[in-house]
Design a protein around this ligand. Sequence first.
Ligand SMILES: [Zn+2]
Length: 238
Amino acid sequence: MSEATALVRLQEIDLTLLRLSKAADQLPQRGKVVAARAASKKVMSELTKIMGQRKDVEIELADLEDCKKLLEGHVAECQEQAKDVVDYRDTLDLEEQLSLLAKKLEKVDFDTERLLERLETVERAERNAEALKARLAKEEQALTESWRQAAADITEQAGKLKAERADIVSGISPELLDRYEKARKRFGGVAVETLVGNKPSACRVTLQPSSFADIRRSASEVTTCPYCKRILVVSQEA
Ligand SMILES: [Zn+2]
């Protein structure tokens, strides 16, 4: 392989490596994984809130149950006392107490009913959030796997190209390589152009007949483009 051919291949490799590196950074899975993680975080915080609400309702229900037992105890006591009461006044007093206890029990039952409805709502919300959490975790896992696979494919391609690059570089003189590296920085990647007819491939400015004749006459494979100053490969004969 001639030095000019090696130089053209070197640039192809470097441009492909650049493209692969950009592709790795811009893999669509990356953004999707980030979005899935953000969604999971939101669901987790929602779930924590819902679980807190459920525990609050459960505590309130337990309190009401204790309250009910206490009231029922009082009712039993009053009914026990009523058996022995003979005095009219005491009877009235006990009846009043029993009526008051009945009202309190009614209120406890009403509150319990209301809280049970609330518990049902909260438990439904908790189930939905749990299901969403599981679905998101599965999605994130699949996306991460697909991301890992795509990144591994790119790394493999890049690895092969880097090995070829090392081989190619050994066939290029240090001076030309140095020129190439400097031009690569200066021109943002495309440092080498080839001649297509009488037009350089990168700047595409048609060479003046005199320049074209000069280049042809010099018989060197590699020169400098008179317009854009890139490395101009005139011929790539093996
Ligand atoms: Zn040019």
